[in-house]
Design a protein around this ligand. Structure first.
Ligand SMILES: Nc1ncnc2c1ncn2[C@@H]1O[C@H](COP(=O)(O)OP(=O)(O)OP(=O)(O)O)[C@@H](O)[C@H]1O
Ligand SMILES: [Mg+2]
Length: 314
């Protein structure tokens, strides 16, 4: 009816009001369509923004976890370095002087023997005192005592050296390092937890080290990874011993090898309970995921380790 106008036409009132109504409807429909498009694009924008927000939140959480862990490690490192430094000096006094003590003792012993040789019949008081103190025994025992003291201070010196190299490695630079040294130092720091010494678990550490070249990496961060993975293994063994009273001897196997002459493979395995499939999916990407009780685990260990190995070291 609207288009029926190929000649002069007289519009009736009813036709005009009908046209008016059609126009109104059309205008409303166009308006709706416009609103609809607008709301569609608004929704789309909101969705992308929400996605971005989620992503940012995830990144923030990761950064936060990294910051916490870094702080923890760096204050631990400082503490360890400080303690190692403080112990180093006094131990060196003892260790350094033991050699002289032994030398002097041997000389005095020679002197004593000379006296005994040239004055075999000494005064009764001297003989009585020699008997009282059991001269034969103490001269014999003092040598043994000095050599075991020497062994002890040697061990302390080794530990101090290990602690210092573990903590001083916190340098920012990449450099060529001996991976095995890092593992050994980490084991040394965790010594009290795996060794059979009353508190430790008596875990046997089986080392199957391959022939690795020096590797270009961030040594302090790599130690952090070893620390996290080994602590997890010890925790797992502790749990399986406490909860299940397994008779199997707890064991951690550390194996290193070269793969395709361009990768270094480091495997650390424990014979604890293992990890459930659904837990396994969340280990690396879900910071703060933990099955441990509050205060025991933060859930950061493996997600940090993942970042260090995958992102930092490629
Ligand atoms: N060797 C393992 N055996 C069994 N479960 C493990 C082992 N390693 C990790 N898990 C599981 O993975 C979870 C996450 O480990 P992750 O190291 O990230 O955090 P955490 O050990 O709980 O806490 P944190 O390391 O921060 O103290 C652990 O809570 C544990 O359930
Ligand atoms: Mg852990």
């Amino acid at each position: 009816m609207c288009s029926h106008c190929n000649g002069d036409r007289i519009w009736s009132n009813s036709e005009i009001s009908l046209l008016q109504a059609v126009c109104d409807q059309l205008a409303i429909a166009i308006d709706h369509a416009q609103l609809y498009t607008q709301s569609r694009s608004a929704t789309l924008a909101a969705e992308t923004q929400a996605e971005k927000l989620t992503e940012t939140l995830h990144k923030l959480q990761q950064t936060q976890s990294q910051l916490i862990q870094n702080e923890k490690i760096s204050s631990l490192g400082q503490l360890v370095a400080g303690v190692a430094h403080e112990i180093n000096n006094p131990v060196n006094f003892i260790h350094g002087n033991l050699t002289y003590a032994n030398e002097y003792f041997q000389e005095m012993l020679t002197l004593l023997h000379l006296y005994q040789q040239y004055y075999p019949n000494s005064q009764a008081e001297i003989q009585a005192f020699a008997e009282k103190i059991d001269l034969g025994f103490i001269t014999d025992d003092l040598s043994k005592l000095l050599s075991s003291m020497n062994m002890g201070t040697n061990r302390i010196c080794e530990i101090v050296l290990g602690l210092r190299s573990f903590s001083c490695h916190d340098e920012a630079d990449k450099k060529l390092v001996d991976i095995h040294e890092g593992i050994e130092n980490t084991l040394l720091i965790l010594h009290h937890r795996w060794k059979n010494n009353g508190i430790g678990l008596d875990i046997s550490i089986v080392k199957e080290y391959g022939n690795l070249p020096l590797v270009d990496c961030y040594p302090g961060q790599l130690n952090q990874v070893f620390m996290n993975v080994l602590t997890n293994a010890i925790d797992a063994l502790e749990e399986s011993m406490v909860n299940l009273k397994t008779t199997e001897k707890p064991q951690i196997i550390i194996r290193t090898e070269i793969l395709d002459s361009k990768f270094v493979v480091i495997r650390i395995a424990d014979n604890g309970l293992g990890i459930e499939e659904d837990v396994r999916k969340r280990l690396f990407n879900d910071p703060f995921f933990t099955t441990k009780s509050v205060g025991k685990g933060t859930g950061l260990g493996l997600s940090i380790s993942y970042q260090i190995v995958v992102e930092k070291h490629g």
